[in-house]
Every structure is written in C-alpha cells, then in structure tokens.
Design a protein around this ligand. Structure first.
Ligand code: S3P
Length: 188
C-alpha cells in the first residue's frame, strides 16, 4: 500500500531538536505533538530528571537547591542528546546554563518557543508544581525571568511564536520554519 502524503514524515533529521523557552511557553505539549508529526521520539528533560532522581523537581529544589538541580539537568540533557534524532523539551532554565547551552548548540538544533507575558501567566496559572513560581507573584516572577532570559534564548538557532489556541497550529508553524531553515542550507 502506498502511504498517503499526510502520513509521511514532514522532515528527515540528523540531529535532535531542543525546545527552549520560559515556563508556560508550551514546550512539552507542542514538543510531544511535533515529535509525533516527525515520527521520532519525544523526551521531556524535567520528567527524565524526576525519573532518574526518583524525586519531584520541587523536592529537588527544596532538598538540594537550584545549583544541584542545574547540575543534574545538564547531565540528563547530555545523556539524551547522545541518542538518535528526537524532540527534547527542556525546563525553562536549562538553556541559561552556559555548559548546557554549549552542549545543545553543538549537538542539536535549538528552537526558542516564544510566548508573551500574558500567555505565560495564563498557561502557568492552573498548576502549582513549579518551585520558582511559588516564591512570589507569578506575573512579576515571569516578567523578571522573561527580561533576564530573552537575550539568552535569542541564541537558539530558530525562534517560533507559540500561538494561543490549538497547539497543532504552533506545530505546523514549527515544521514550516524548520523546512525553511533546511532549505537555507543549515544542518538539521
Ligand atoms: C524552571 C522551569 C521548569 C523546571 C524548573 C525550573 C525554570 O520547567 O525545569 O521548575 O528555571 O524556568 P518548565 O519550563 O518545563 O516549566
């Protein structure tokens, strides 16, 4: 049977795609759907950290502090990047770490999933599992983090706006952007 065009993978990759961006940008949800569409595996760095530490991220922050978490995060990302092409959603702070960012830049295609403050606040409001948002007013914290982190996220190879509304629209936009990126002669 000849597979229909819509079932064919949209792109053939030689390296992982790593999604970076703030909490609430949609990295996990969009990343999962993107991987599905590209017919490759999906990993979520936060989930992998929790699985290897047998602890929740909030408990790791509380018991060992943020620097220890960042160290574990780097090791987990390093391990994942060693595997075949896949989509990897990273936690919002991962790309801020110089060593992690260097690893990602060297071994993967990095994609900044951008969202404005209102969308980030809205998307993070319904859950209370993020330790950094528990320390004060979430809007103020996200505003501060956005200002601090945007110039670093801007080092990602590609940036795509996270659209409010159905996630498949953002996924389609990412695929179009990746196709253009490849057409322009960039490694993918
Ligand atoms: C963090 C973001 C979280 C998680 C941890 C720290 C951050 O991941 O890694 O709570 O520093 O922005 P998400 O971006 O997936 O929420």
């Amino acid at each position: 049977m000849i597979p229909s065009l819509s079932r064919a993978p949209a792109l053939k990759l030689t390296r992982p795609i790593v999604l970076v961006g703030l909490m609430g940008a949609g990295k996990t949800t969009v990343g999962r759907r993107l991987a599905d569409k590209l017919r490759i595996d999906f990993y979520d760095a936060d989930e992998e950290i929790e699985a290897s530490a047998h602890m929740r991220i909030s408990d790791i922050f509380e018991a060992y502090g943020e620097p220890a978490f960042r160290d574990g995060e780097r090791k987990v990302i390093e391990r994942l990047l060693d595997g075949p092409p896949h989509v990897l959603a990273t936690g919002g702070g991962a790309f801020m770490n110089d060593q992690t960012r260097a690893l990602v830049k060297e071994q993967a295609t990095s994609l900044w999933l951008k969202a404005d403050l209102d969308l980030l606040v809205k998307r993070t409001a319904h859950r209370n599992h993020r330790p950094l948002l528990r320390t004060g007013d979430p809007r103020e914290i996200l505003d501060k983090l956005l200002k601090e982190r945007a110039p670093v996220y801007a080092n990602a190879d590609i940036s795509v706006d996270s659209i409010e509304g159905p996630h498949h629209k953002t996924v389609d936009k990412i695929i179009r952007t990746l196709q253009e990126y490849k057409k322009a002669g960039n490694p993918l």
